[in-house]
Design a protein around this ligand. Structure first.
Ligand code: AMP
Length: 458
C-alpha cells in the first residue's frame, strides 16, 4: 500500500518537473538569427526616415470592438484567429492581429487630422493570430507596417508600393508586386452578388471553408488555396470588369506611377486581401527565386536558363482603406498602407543567399592566468572595446590550454595573455594565432600594438 502511494507521488513529481516548452505556433529568435533581424530593421529605419515617415508604437492590447469594426466581423482574423479574453473588469480585449486599426485609432485619438496631411507613419513589432501553424505561419509573428493617412491621390498608393519594392531591393530581394483593384464598396457589392450566383451553382465542389465563405465572405473564395476551388476560380467573373469608373481611373494612374518608377508588377485579378476595409488598390509582394545553376538537373539542355519562379507565400501585402477611419468614429479620411511579414522577409534573405547582414568578427581573445590577472583583463576588455577592437574573453576557464583552444575556435588572429610574470613587469604577451609567435609588449601600449597588427588583417 505504502509502495503504491510512493510510486504515485514519484509519477506526480515526474509530471510536474517535465521540461516546459514553447507554445504551439510561437518561436524563439536566437542570437545567431538576430543579425538578419537587426540588419532588416536598420534598413527599414533608414528608408522610412529618409522618406519622412514617423515611427509609431501602439499597444499590443486593444478593445476587441476596434477589430470587429475595422478588420471586419466576418473575416477569418476576427472570427477564428484573435487572442481575445476578458480583462479583470470584464471588458473584452484582444492582442493585436494587425497594425492598421491601432494606428487608425491613434490617428483619431491624437488629433493627427489637424496636422499637415498626409500623415506618414511606420511601425515594427509583434502580432498575434491563432492561425494553424505551418511553414511561414506562426501564432506570434512580426510585421513592418507603413501607412499614408489623409491622401486619396493615386500617388500615395504608388509611394507605398514603390517603398515596398525599394525595401526588398535594399535587402537584395528579387520581388514582383501582384496588384488588383477592388473598386469602391458599392460596385464591389454588385460584383459580390454576381460572384455568389456563379459559385452557388458549383457549391458541392467547394471546400468546407469556402462553403461558409459563400454566405459570409464571398470575395475570399477567390484566394482559396485548395486546388478544387482554384480550378473554379479560373472561370469566375473578374472583379476588374465590374468596378466603378472612378476606381478604374485611379487604378490606371497608380499603374502609370509604377511604370514611371520601374516597379515590376503583374496584374492579378484574384488578389482580394482578407480584410473588410480595403477599397481600390490591393497588392501583394511575392519573392522571385531563381534556382542556382548547380541545382539544375543534368537532363536539362545546357543552354537552359532557369525561369524565375514566384514562391507561393507572399512576404507582404496591403492596399487602400478610405472608409476605415470613419468606421471607428473619425472624419472621413483616406488611407493606404502595407505590411511585410518579417519572418518571411528574413527567410527570403536567407534563401536568396545574398546574406548582407554585417557580422563583427572577433579579433582578439584575452587569456588570464590567476585572480589578479583576471581583474586587469576585466578592465582591459572595456579599454579595447572602446577603441573599436572586437574582443572576447572567458572567465570561467582558468588554464591557458583551454583558453587558447577557445581562441582557436573563435578564429581570432591574436590572443593577449596576462600571467603572474607579466603582472609584475607591467607587460603583456601578444600571440599570433596563425604561427604561434609570441611577443612581450608594455601593458600601456597593448591597444596601439594590437591595432597596428590588426591593420594587416583588414
Ligand atoms: P496580412 O496582415 O494578413 O495582410 O499579412 C501581411 C503579411 O504578414 C503576409 O504577407 C505575411 O508575410 C505576414 N503574415 C500574415 N500572417 C502571418 C502569420 N500567421 N505568420 C507569419 N507571417 C504572417
Amino acid at each position: 500500500m505504502v509502495k503504491k502511494k510512493q510510486s504515485k507521488q514519484v509519477e506526480k513529481i515526474k509530471k510536474t518537473s517535465k521540461s516546459l516548452s514553447l507554445l504551439r505556433g510561437f518561436k524563439d529568435i536566437l542570437p545567431e538569427h538576430m543579425k538578419y533581424w537587426q540588419y532588416a530593421r536598420n534598413v527599414a529605419h533608414e528608408l522610412f526616415s529618409d522618406y519622412g515617415y514617423g515611427q509609431i508604437e501602439t499597444p499590443i492590447l486593444e478593445q476587441t470592438s476596434l477589430y470587429k469594426r475595422t478588420t471586419g466581423e466576418h473575416t477569418d482574423i476576427v472570427t477564428k484567429e484573435m487572442f481575445s479574453f476578458q480583462d479583470r473588469s470584464g471588458d473584452s480585449i484582444s492582442m493585436r492581429p494587425e497594425f492598421t486599426p491601432g494606428i487608425a485609432r491613434a490617428y483619431i485619438e491624437h488629433g493627427m487630422l489637424n496636422r499637415p496631411q498626409p500623415v506618414k507613419l511606420y511601425s515594427l513589432g509583434p502580432l498575434f493570430r491563432y492561425d494553424r501553424p505551418q511553414a511561414g505561419r506562426y501564432r506570434q509573428f512580426h510585421q513592418l507596417d507603413f501607412e499614408i493617412l489623409g491622401d486619396e491621390n493615386p500617388v500615395a498608393d504608388a509611394e507605398i508600393i514603390f517603398l515596398s519594392y525599394l525595401f526588398c531591393k535594399k535587402l537584395g530581394l528579387d520581388v514582383v508586386i501582384q496588384i488588383n483593384s477592388l473598386g469602391q464598396s458599392e460596385s464591389r457589392q454588385e460584383y459580390i452578388k454576381i460572384l455568389k450566383e456563379y459559385y452557388k451553382s458549383k457549391r458541392r465542389l467547394l471546400c468546407d471553408d469556402c462553403k461558409t465563405r459563400l454566405t459570409k465572405n464571398t470575395l475570399r473564395l477567390l484566394d482559396c488555396k485548395e486546388t478544387g476551388c482554384q480550378d473554379l476560380t479560373q472561370s469566375a467573373p473578374q472583379l476588374i470588369d465590374h468596378i466603378d469608373d472612378d476606381s478604374k481611373q485611379h487604378f490606371v494612374r497608380v499603374l502609370e506611377y509604377l511604370d514611371e518608377s520601374e516597379v515590376p508588377y503583374e496584374l492579378n485579378p484574384y488578389i482580394v486581401r482578407g480584410l473588410d476595409y480595403y477599397n481600390r488598390t490591393a497588392f501583394e509582394v511575392m519573392p522571385v527565386i531563381t534556382r542556382p545553376c548547380d541545382e539544375i538537373s543534368l537532363e536539362v539542355a545546357p543552354d537552359f536558363v532557369p525561369k524565375p519562379e514566384p514562391l507561393v507565400q507572399a512576404i507582404g501585402g496591403g492596399g487602400r482603406y478610405d472608409g476605415l477611419i470613419e468606421a471607428i468614429g473619425g472624419r472621413p479620411t483616406a488611407g493606404v498602407g502595407m505590411a511585410f511579414g518579417f519572418e518571411r522577409v528574413i527567410e527570403a534573405i536567407r534563401q536568396s543567399g545574398k546574406d548582407k547582414a554585417p557580422v563583427k568578427k572577433p579579433q582578439v581573445f584575452l587569456a588570464q592566468l590567476g585572480e589578479e590577472a583576471a581583474k586587469r583583463i576585466f578592465k582591459l576588455f572595456e579599454v579595447l572595446r572602446e577603441s573599436g577592437i572586437q574582443t572576447r574573453v572567458n572567465f570561467s576557464k582558468s588554464g591557458l590550454k583551454q583558453q587558447l583552444e577557445l581562441a582557436d575556435k573563435l578564429k581570432v588572429p591574436y590572443t593577449v595573455i596576462l600571467g603572474q610574470k607579466e603582472l609584475l613587469d607591467d607587460t603583456i604577451i601578444i600571440r599570433d594565432m596563425e604561427n604561434g609567435i609570441q611577443e612581450v609588449v608594455d601593458l600601456s601600449k597593448v591597444t596601439e600594438e594590437l591595432k597596428k597588427r590588426l591593420k594587416s588583417h583588414e
